[in-house]
Ligand binder design. Structure first.
Ligand SMILES: [Zn+2]
Ligand SMILES: [Zn+2]
Length: 179
């Protein structure tokens, strides 16, 4: 069963015990992360693929969230394409069942006999995205002076500014050795 964003999953048959397992694929369309939060651009839909299981009235969702996206290396700014895979497991309950519970946020709350997975998809994307992306662990980044991508080879900037204290020391040592 494919459910698009804006639609809810109808759990009435599962809640009535007519079926015990409901496989689904939820597609969140046009997801765009808040400006300045994460610098990514999704490619296609965010997908939650999984099933909802009724185990003697204890209802659980087991799924995997997948999102393909474009982003940039935090050091050298080269464009990257990445895929996020997040396992998602939640217990589904009614508002009345979790009323006052300290861990109420951990549950997916039924709206009547239906479930909206869009908030879950958004939350899991934010929790699952890395703080920053690198093209490789040993990315050399950009030269802070000339801006050249140092993964493509060294630039012609001097390796390091000579330390003025060392310069004085070497002058002194030259003089000492000459005397
Ligand atoms: Zn890089
Ligand atoms: Zn340089």
């Amino acid at each position: 069963m494919v459910i698009n964003s804006g639609e809810k999953i109808d759990l009435s048959a599962l809640l009535a015990g007519e079926i015990l397992c409901l496989p689904f694929e939820f597609r969140l369309k046009d997801f765009s992360p808040g400006k300045g939060y994460v610098d990514i651009e999704p490619i296609g839909d965010v997908i939650i693929d999984g099933r909802i299981i009724n185990n003697e009235g204890y209802i659980r969702l087991e799924a995997v969230l997948t999102m393909h996206y474009r982003t940039a290396c935090a050091r050298c700014a080269v464009e990257l394409e990445r895929t996020l895979h997040v396992p998602v497991e939640r217990v589904i309950a009614t508002q009345a069942q979790v009323e006052g519970a300290e861990d109420a946020d951990d549950y997916l709350i039924l709206e009547g006999e239906a479930l909206d997975l869009a908030p879950l998809a958004t939350e899991e994307v934010y929790l699952g995205l890395p703080m920053r992306e690198l093209c490789s662990e040993d990315c050399r980044g950009l030269c802070p002076k000339c801006g050249k991508n140092l993964n493509e080879g060294p630039c012609s900037c001097p390796e390091r500014e000579p330390d003025p204290r060392l310069a004085i020391l070497s002058k002194w040592s030259e003089k000492y050795n000459n005397d």
